[in-house]
Design a protein around this ligand. Structure first.
Ligand code: TUI
Length: 315
């Protein structure tokens, strides 16, 4: 069984697995490994300086001849510069988070770039489809980092009903059961972030990978509700301080305390005072593996689950 969908055809990829474009985490090494394994690797632009991102794109181009993408974090102050560079450089796919990419859509499409925005709600997804999105990534609040309010289980089928472009399910998917479940809900692809944090090719600090592997079911928490930009992280000293500030309704102090803390974790390995953004499914990640092995395992399991499910309901 090969899992081919409108999404795999749209993007020209072999498998319907997109790697999350995690800021400070998803560098060209990981993106190229995922793309070479038949998924869609994504470079996470985050707040990266434009020149550094250009270098990342060039490195990815040299390391893979397969399609790959760049995730644009739309809250980034220099996002206009980044988009201008991406247009100049040319990449096959752009995913976007934390906003609506409407004003860039025509320029991106004119360069033949496929645009896959992330939507945490139905109303936004409809607006994104109207704006020309080629597919919609529906991200549930199980995901790590900046999240919406709905779970993947509830968001995905509603998205499938609300838009006619392909829907990619994200948030809480770390194994083949998750892929099978997402497909059952009508998704035509999945986006996987947290499990790829523990890919061998992911360049984050090894102590962060160890934290993800150690995480149990209730080890993540959502902080920053009072800022309007809630963020899921693994619990640590910083998350407890942020929760305290949330209770005191001090959004400015939360922004100030949170600044620079993602890099402190991912680059420097500071797992107590840094922001260890990861999804609930960190609890389901138990080892470091090559990206290609992660993809193979997830696909094999998805196919086995789908067959077993069919047998179970017809028995
Ligand atoms: O963007 C993400 N996840 C992220 S971005 C990020 S970087 C960061 N660094 C420091 C502090 C905070 C963030 C870490 N994780 N996921 C995609 C996503 N997009 N989740 C939610 C949204 C979203 C929210 C509102 C998308 C669109 C949106 O639109 C508002 C509007 O109506 O324009």
């Amino acid at each position: 069984m090969a899992l081919q969908t409108r999404l795999t055809r749209l993007l020209g990829i072999r498998h319907p697995i997109i790697q999350g474009g995690m800021a400070w985490t998803a560098t060209w090494e990981l993106a190229a490994a995922v793309s070479n394994a038949g998924g869609l690797g994504i470079i996470g632009a985050g707040q990266m300086p434009t020149d550094l991102l250009r270098e990342q794109i060039r490195n990815a181009k040299a390391a893979t001849s397969e399609p790959f993408g760049v995730n644009l974090m739309l809250m980034t102050p220099h996002i206009d510069d980044i988009v201008a560079m991406v247009l100049d450089e040319g990449v096959p796919v752009v995913t976007t988070g934390a906003g609506n990419p409407r004003k860039y859509m025509a320029d991106l499409h004119a360069k033949g770039i496929k645009v896959l925005p992330i939507a945490p709600s139905i109303a936004l997804a409809k607006r994104l489809e109207e704006a020309g999105a080629d597919a919609i990534i529906g991200e549930g609040m199980e995901a790590g980092g900046h999240i919406g309010e709905l779970t993947t289980m509830v968001l995905t089928p509603q998205l499938v009903d609300a838009v006619s472009v392909p829907v990619i399910a994200a948030g809480g998917i770390a194994d083949g059961r998750g892929i099978a479940a997402a497909f059952a809900l009508g998704a035509e692809g999945v986006q996987v972030g947290t499990r790829f944090m523990c890919a061998e090719e992911c360049t984050i600090h090894p102590d962060v990978k160890a934290r993800v592997i150690k995480a149990k079911d209730r080890d993540s928490v959502v902080t920053g509700y009072s800022t309007g930009h809630p963020v899921r992280v693994l619990k640590n000293k910083l998350s407890r301080q942020l929760e305290e500030l949330d209770r005191a309704n001090e959004p400015e102090q939360i922004e100030a305390l949170g600044a620079g803390k993602l890099a402190l974790a991912m680059r420097d390995g500071e797992c107590d005072n840094g922001s260890v953004m990861a999804g609930q499914c960190a609890a389901m990640v138990d080892r470091i593996q090559p990206a290609a092995e992660i993809i193979r395992e997830m696909l094999d399991e998805a196919e086995a689950v789908m067959s077993a499910l069919a047998a179970r309901v017809t028995a």
